[in-house]
Design a binder for this molecule. Structure first.
Ligand code: MEV
Length: 317
């Protein structure tokens, strides 16, 4: 058995986060400038079934059976073993690394899970397809995130821009023109589970008002889809700003995210919004290619801890 690598990108949500949990469409794209990797090495001298888990980012080096049932990395390994090789576990070491910021809206949890499933299923001689990887990652996401919509595991497993709606066939977006995006980390962190459950409380207390906000967000995603495909930047920018205003009414923005959005717009971005669960994490700005560096700099001056420039429409691996 050779050493096997599995890789998974980060992601950003362009339109429709939170509303997607309530059945509205949303649009997301992979970001391969940051990624999670899993490396599986056979351990020929150890007895079958001995699995060693190493994750330097979280100071983990332990046998799989010492880790709790709901440990995020262990549950991804266990789910893959159960799916692919339920009757025989060879001895192996799996090392997980990630450059995706944690609790920052870029899908770090789903990416680590996808990297593990991809590497381990290949190592066990039964490489899973993208739909299978996505489905298994969704099961693991449910253990940690309560009520995920499924958009994170989908965009990360397929590594393609997606128009996603729960319970509907997936649409991979084939864009005709590239668009350029600046991603900026606010440095604040809130787990997605926390913001999703805060939004649920709002919705349950006032389904009429919040249901209407979700509907409006779904309309923005539907309007954004053709604009994204044709590269209509002014329309996309306006839709992003409207989406950000609706996210503010869901109380998932923060003063820092609002400041970063304003800084991006003042520096020439066509639109700006938070991306992902919110209350910190990352925001995104849409920009003409030649303005991206200036906008990145403005965002860093406004307090972003890190910026990434990425393009939608280039081949992603
Ligand atoms: C998280 O990336 C997106 C949310 O809509 C949660 C979900 O869809 O599961 C906030």
């Amino acid at each position: 058995m050779p050493v096997i690598f599995g890789k998974a990108p980060g992601k950003i949500i362009l339109f429709g986060e939170h509303a997607v949990v309530y059945g509205q469409p949303a649009i997301a794209m992979p970001v391969s400038r940051v990624n999670a990797t899993a490396r599986v090495t056979p351990n020929i001298s150890a007895s079958p079934g001995l699995v060693r888990m190493i994750a330097p980012d979280i100071d983990l080096d332990a046998p799989l059976d010492h880790l709790a049932e709901d440990h995020p990395l262990a549950s991804a390994v266990r789910a893959t073993l159960a799916e692919v090789s339920p009757h025989h576990t060879p001895a192996f070491t799996i090392q997980i690394n990630s450059t995706i910021p944690i609790s920052a809206g870029m899908g770090s949890g789903a990416a680590v899970t996808v990297a593990i499933i991809r590497a381990l299923s290949a190592f066990l001689g039964r490489p899973l397809s993208e739909p299978q990887i996505s489905e298994l990652a969704f099961e693991v996401e449910k253990i940690h995130h309560g009520t995920p919509s499924g958009i994170d595991n989908t965009v990360i497993a397929y590594r393609k821009p997606v128009y996603f709606q729960k319970g509907m066939p997936l649409e991979i977006l084939q864009v005709e023109k590239s668009t350029h995006w600046v991603i900026a980390d606010s440095g604040e962190k809130t787990p997605t589970k926390t913001t999703v459950s805060a939004v649920r409380d709002l919705y349950e207390n006032n389904p009429q008002v919040y249901g209407e906000i979700f509907d409006q967000m779904g309309t923005l995603s539907n309007d954004a889809r053709p604009a994204l495909i044709s590269g209509d930047l002014p329309t996309l920018g306006q839709l992003m700003n409207k989406n950000q205003a609706l996210l503010q009414s869901l109380q998932v923005s923060s003063a820092k995210l609002d400041d970063l959005c304003q800084a991006a717009l003042a520096a020439g971005a066509l639109g700006a919004k938070l991306s992902g669960g919110g209350r910190g994490g990352n925001m995104i700005a849409l920009a003409a290619q030649e303005d991206c560096d200036r906008i990145s700099q403005a965002l860093e001056e406004a307090g972003a801890t890190k910026t990434i420039v990425t393009t939608l429409g280039e081949a992603t691996e």
